[in-house]
Design a protein around this ligand. Structure first.
Ligand code: C5P
Length: 235
């Protein structure tokens, strides 16, 4: 089913986490391993696409030299934003699997932050990063051209008052993308693991185009999840 599904299509995948510098030696980061994003790039390439992987900070190796995949490395959310604005806007399919830092230190300190003798500890002020996914959806509407399918990802724990699927449905609407992949996260779930459990939600606009159940529930390896996402996005 995979072979040729995305033949000739340009696919941009973002993967891994971002690293937001505080001073020359320190940063704020997150626990994204990059496994899901790398698996998505491999699945899209296996389906015949020309894949451009924009890789942030990852625990796993980037697929440098893999057939059908080019790799671009970025560190900060701002670098990722610029990379998506150049490559993502020209893609047919954009898969935003990267864990983008929502905030960065408001001030970068040129000199390493030191302990002081006065007993006053530093306070780190944070500033919001752009929402790259929403910005890309907005640019597509303004330009009247851009990726046919934009896929967002959401990691949700849910809580007593909120079912993760409801949170994901709200996020899908808010972000304005065609598909949203929900990852259940929590103790020992998903981050850095090989297995995953996802739900693929479709926007109202594309629901009618899909014959199958919505949302689609997939459990298995991140490779199996990636194949399911690529298949749904290629439909
Ligand atoms: O809002 P939230 O971070 O949960 O949304 C997750 C989705 O939005 C992911 O697809 C992620 O890549 C994207 N995102 C983004 N820019 C941000 C934060 C998240 O593109 N600043």
């Amino acid at each position: 089913a995979q072979n040729g599904l995305l033949a000739g299509r340009r696919v941009v995948v973002t993967a891994g986490g971002t690293r937001e510098p505080l001073d020359p030696v320190r940063y704020l980061g997150n626990r994204s391993s990059g496994k899901q994003g790398v698996a998505l790039a491999a699945a899209a390439a296996a389906a015949g696409a020309q894949v451009h992987l924009i890789a942030g900070i990852m625990e796993v190796a980037a697929p440098e030299g893999a057939a059908g995949i080019t790799v671009e490395r970025v560190e900060t959310a701002e670098e990722l934003h610029n990379a998506v604005a150049s490559a993502g806007d020209e893609a047919d399919l954009l898969l935003m699997a990267a864990a983008v830092a929502d905030f960065r230190p408001a001030d970068y300190t040129e000199a390493k932050i030191k302990k002081t003798e006065d007993g006053v500890d530093p306070v780190i002020h944070l500033q919001r990063n752009p929402d790259i996914l929403s910005a890309t959806v907005r640019r597509r509407a303004e330009r009247g051209t851009g990726p046919t399918v934009i896929v967002g990802f959401a990691a949700e724990t849910g809580d007593a008052a909120n079912d993760p699927l409801d949170l994901a449905q709200a996020k899908l609407l808010r972000k304005g993308c065609e598909l949203l992949v929900l990852n259940r996260v929590g103790e020992g779930l998903v981050f850095g693991q090989d297995d995953t459990e996802i739900h693929i939600l479709a926007s109202f606009g594309v629901q009618g185009l899909l014959g199958e159940a919505d949302p689609l529930h997939v459990t298995g390896s991140k490779q199996e999840a990636a194949r399911a996402v690529v298949e749904r996005a290629g439909e």
